[in-house]
Design a protein around this ligand. Sequence first.
Ligand SMILES: *Cc1c(COP(=O)(O)O)cnc(C)c1O
Length: 225
Amino acid sequence: MIKDALAQFQQALSGSNCRLVAVSKTHPVELIQEAYEAGQRLFGENRVQELVAKQPELPADIEWHLIGHLQTNKVKYIAPFVHTIQSVDSLKLLLEIERQAARHNRVVRVLLQFHIAEEETKFGLSLPEAEALLRDEAARTLSHVQIAGVMGVATNTSDEQQLRHEFGTLRGYFEQLRREFFADDEAFREISMGMSGDFRLAIAEGSTLIRVGSAIFGNRAYPAA
Ligand SMILES: *Cc1c(COP(=O)(O)O)cnc(C)c1O
């Protein structure tokens, strides 16, 4: 089943500018291994503890993305191996990632997470907050962090117009920041948006990374807050 689902995504995305992050939170390493053997290399987890437990059990060439809220004091646990931290929403967190990545002589890719949903509970920056962050002297001298784009979680709704509006808003933020801060930086190129229920709309609105869990692995056995 996992293999079939992945084959459909591979086919749908082939030749496009969009890649699939398989969101494996709550699922055992056996299922992740199965997806790996079907050719999947990008995986997303939302909890540090779970990611740190799974990573050593799985092939070293997996590109691990942290997609959940990250506390500053937990950066050190994932700094040795994480490929992309998609959930950066403060300068403090950005600077801690710089510090921990430097300790391991690595460059960690990060995305700035934006608040695009209606729900108040979702984490993320506003455009003015992101601009302030990027203007800060400290953010301009990072050498172990590569700011590679933006990420957002849309409202949990089936209202297509609203979803398109939220995805379009995130793409607008991306374009604005690229003009303002990353005009000569080809590494700034990711728009991470779209999940199992809304990835088609997200792709239509310019997503370069869809984060899909249940459409690949089935329903989660327990909630992954
Ligand atoms: C769980 C999660 C996903 C995947 O959700 P599905 O609906 O299972 O595809 C995507 N993004 C984030 C931030 C998540 O926490």
